[in-house]
Design a protein around this ligand. Structure first.
Ligand SMILES: Cc1cc2nc3c(=O)[nH]c(=O)nc-3n(C[C@H](O)[C@H](O)[C@H](O)COP(=O)(O)OP(=O)(O)OC[C@H]3O[C@@H](n4cnc5c(N)ncnc54)[C@H](O)[C@@H]3O)c2cc1C
Length: 378
């Protein structure tokens, strides 16, 4: 937690940075389809990749609601830059839950310093996510031999380690699930880049193929059977709240662009913003943005005071992602046909927005989570 005045200063600093350097980076990323290493370095050197981790680990120690207000600024700027900030500011949390002091020094401190990139590897091509994963590990002496596949892994190609979820061979459901830190050069791991994505350009998504991949037992976080807890409660719940705020940042920018366009585009002798039907689009979008912001901040406060707040996290993500789809659709409508072309930022925002319906679980899965808790009387 930092003082309010310092938070405001930091927010203005990030806004100014994203409105200048961030805009240049955004143009470069969209043109090249790549996020070059220098961008990672500058974000690290400015301290933006360690806003959330505790001070004892070398971070700034912001509370989750404080961090969320800053994440909105990155997200308003560009989806891929937001993705770097989001993943690097969140991945220490599930690791810290179960790491031994030796693992904290070896894996978490370098990640917080920005010297090591860690990707989150859960999703599989042939199975459902969570307790349905099939990637298996067999213990042989001091090593696990891991076999299976992971895909859609953000930064899977550039990461030094994949925080990879698998199960002890022969187990089912949550039993025997493990969290392993798999080095990028582990024998038996093949990393294949995925096809170019619709949006979030340059964020590097990988398909991991593991064939008797050798991982030291000392790279296991927590015990055999504790993996699902790390994945869901340690990472996904807070991360869903953060993805909710990523939706808010994108929506906010879409709204700003639409308002500006409505003031300057003239048809039939008047700015389109003078027409009540266009005003209606803007008013509905503005209401959606604010409602999403407030539910996400509420979920952030809930998470801090009553972790794990699974339902609050799912509600925040669900509302924010659905509101984002409405806002970007309306904003694009205000632009008319020109908004469909790549020289308008709204085109990129519309594409980036679609990814939020998948990241950290689909809308359908958020609904499953909320309903399950409701029906269980929780
Ligand atoms: C840009 C991007 C980045 C990503 N980054 C990562 C990452 O870093 N690490 C990682 O592990 N994963 C990552 N993912 C994967 C993401 O988490 C999954 O795409 C998402 O959880 C959906 O899973 P799936 O793709 O396997 O869809 P599927 O499980 O195949 O689902 C297909 C459809 O069926 C619905 N469905 C499936 N099961 C059920 C059910 N039980 N009840 C109701 N509906 C159901 C889904 O909602 C969806 O609409 C990323 C995805 C994207 C697009």
């Amino acid at each position: 937690m930092i003082a309010d005045a310092e938070l405001q200063r930091l927010r203005q600093e990030i806004r100014a940075f994203m409105d200048t350097t961030g805009v240049q980076w955004a143009t470069e990323i969209e043109q090249s389809g790549q996020v070059r290493e220098g961008i990672w370095h500058e974000l690290r050197d400015r301290g933006y990749l360690r806003l959330q981790p505790p001070v004892e680990l070398g971070g700034r120690g912001l509370s989750l609601p404080q961090y969320l207000t800053l994440l909105e600024e990155f997200s308003r700027g560009h989806g891929s830059i937001r993705m770097i900030v989001h993943v690097q500011n969140g991945i220490w949390r599930p690791m810290l839950r179960l790491a031994t002091p030796e693992q904290v020094d070896r894996f978490i401190r370098p990640q917080v310093r920005g010297d090591a990139v860690v990707a989150f590897a859960l999703t599989e091509p042939h199975n459902g996510t969570g307790s349905d994963i099939h990637t298996e590990a067999v213990r042989v002496g001091d090593e696990y031999l891991v076999s299976g596949e992971k895909h859609l892994i953000t930064f899977g190609g550039v990461a030094d380690f994949n925080l990879l979820f698998c199960r002890l061979a022969g187990t089912q459901g949550a039993d025997g699930m493990m969290a392993l830190l798999v080095p990028h050069d582990a024998p038996g791991l093949r990393i294949e880049p995925m096809a170019e994505s619709m949006g979030l350009r340059g964020t590097d998504h990988a398909h991991l193929h593991l064939e008797h991949c050798r991982v030291p037992v000392s790279h296991r976080l927590g015990g055999e059977g504790e993996g699902l807890e790390v994945a869901l409660r340690g990472f996904l719940d807070p991360s869903r709240i953060c993805v909710g705020m990523s939706c808010v940042g994108l929506s906010q920018r879409a709204l700003e662009l639409a308002v500006e366009w409505a003031k300057t585009r003239i048809t039939f002798g008047k700015p389109i913003g003078d027409r009540q039907l266009v005003q209606s689009l803007l008013a509905e979008a503005a209401t959606d943005v604010e409602a999403a912001r407030q539910i996400v901040l509420w979920a952030g406060r809930e998470w801090e005071s009553h972790p794990p707040s699974q339902r609050a996290a799912a509600m925040a993500k669900l509302f924010a992602l659905e509101s984002l789809q409405r806002v970007t659709d309306r904003a694009l409508q205000v632009f008319g046909g020109l908004g469909y072309f790549k020289d308008h930022e709204i085109e990129r925002i519309y594409r980036d927005a679609r990814a939020q319906r998948f990241e950290e679980g689909t809308a359908e899965i958020q609904k499953v989570t909320i309903a399950r808790q409701l029906l269980a009387g929780e």
